[in-house]
Design a protein around this ligand. Structure first.
Ligand SMILES: Cc1ncc(COP(=O)(O)O)c(C=O)c1O
Length: 395
């Protein structure tokens, strides 16, 4: 092959982002299942329950109709869905939101891409607390921006402190900060006061705030507050994936300050045209399925109790009380210097799939693993029993 032809399929440098490790754990678990083993899945951050019945019914009705309803929608989303999302802010947080500032996105994942493209130039620095959801830093890297990882630990309940943010800004100016409460992988939350302090500090320093609120609704200790209550200059990203159990429907939303809406709309028109119409129809109906989702949430709360009492009985007792989401992030350094090897052995020897902390924290993650408790109660009981036997060497 000529040197010119050999270069034709060379991937770009920006595509060289790390894999999302949890996907590798899922593949390893699938291989064991194909070989006939029973695996308890605690690796994936995905509800086992289906979308609310009313959402499924709305989707079926849309499919049963003429089909005309399933063309493209406006790029910003179906007006009725945007209005319903705005109403959700009034009902849930007591905040008035103009439906014109609501954008419907393909899951919150597409919201990050749109927000980053609309707000950042290549080379801009964006702060985020680590441990954190890995795609934040990987998307930023792929877009040519610089993720600035600010270490957090149990001493601040994994919350980014205003002083740490300002220190990173003094080092070299930041353009934005990404915050998430409840957080993934830690499940910890910031109080309304702590969130307001962080948002206020950031904006006073000229740092734009992007708030990932995807786990709102899944709070056990105290209700989550939206960053919109602290500032109308914040960009808020949310999704139907978690509380509404609609991961595969790929529908989320953003509330953006008015000057960013048209740029985001133009980007969305070009990048995606619109979000799948069937999913938007189902998402709008999902808001009426809250009673069903509250029952699902009550199941997570029971799972949380099973783990927070069961794991310490097995010897895994270094974790913080879990405020929200459906994760528990535990320090397993008493058992291993390598949580990746720990997770692999736990899967292969005891049939329990968990995610090694390196996915969320490239520096300290070798000490931690994340347990997801979004599945059935019986699975949690089984997992605790298997982990207990395995750690005692009788697994
Ligand atoms: C913290 C966090 N943000 C965003 C996402 C992306 O979710 P989706 O694109 O399904 O809305 C996830 C998925 O696990 C997540 O954990």
């Amino acid at each position: 092959m000529t040197p010119v032809r050999a270069r034709l399929c060379l991937p770009s440098a920006r595509s060289d982002v790390p894999p999302f490790m949890v996907m590798d754990v899922m593949s390893a678990a699938a291989r064991l299942e194909q070989a006939g083993r029973h695996v308890v899945h605690m690796e994936v951050g995905q509800p086992e329950a289906p979308a609310p019945g009313v959402a499924l019914a709305a989707a079926r009705a849309a499919l049963g109709g003429s089909g005309a309803a399933l063309g493209y929608t406006e790029s910003l989303g179906m007006p009725s869905l945007r209005a319903r999302i705005a109403r959700h802010y009034r009902e849930t947080y007591g905040e008035e939101v103009d439906p014109a500032t609501v954008l419907v996105t393909t899951g919150s994942s597409a919201g990050f891409v749109l927000a980053f493209l609309a707000m950042l130039e290549p080379g801009d620095r964006v702060a985020l607390a680590v441990p954190a959801y890995p795609p934040y830093r990987h998307i930023l890297t792929a877009l040519g921006c610089e993720p600035v990882l600010i270490r957090t630990g149990p001493e601040t309940r994994f919350a980014l402190e205003p002083e740490a943010l300002l220190a990173a800004h003094r080092d070299k100016p930041l353009k934005a900060v990404l915050i998430a409460s409840p957080g993934n992988p830690t499940g910890t939350m910031m109080t309304a006061e702590a969130l307001a302090r962080l948002v206020g500090t950031a904006e006073d320093a000229g740092i734009a705030v992007i708030s990932d609120e995807i786990y709102h609704g899944l709070d056990y200790a105290f209700p989550a507050t939206t960053a919109l209550s602290a500032s109308r200059k914040a960009v808020v990203i949310n999704s139907f994936s978690k509380y509404f159990c609609m991961t595969g429907w790929r529908v989320g939303w953003m509330v953006a300050p008015e000057p960013l809406v048209r740029p985001m709309e133009r980007l969305h028109q070009n990048l995606a045209i619109s979000v799948p119409t069937l999913s938007q129809v189902a998402a709008e109906a999902a808001f009426e399925g809250r009673a069903e989702m509250e029952a699902v949430k009550a199941g997570y709360a029971r799972n949380r109790d099973i783990l927070t009492t069961g794991l310490p009985a097995c010897g895994i007792d270094r974790f913080l009380p879990v405020d929200g989401a459906f994760y528990l992030y535990a320090d397993v350094s008493a058992f291993t210097p390598d949580s990746h090897a720990f997770a692999r052995a736990l899967l292969e020897e005891a049939g329990v799939a968990v995610t090694p902390g390196l996915d969320f924290d490239p520096h300290e993650g070798h000490r931690w693993v994340r347990f997801s408790y979004a599945r059935a109660e019986a699975d949690m009981i089984e997992a605790v029993a298997r982990i207990g036997r395995w750690l005692k060497g009788t697994g």
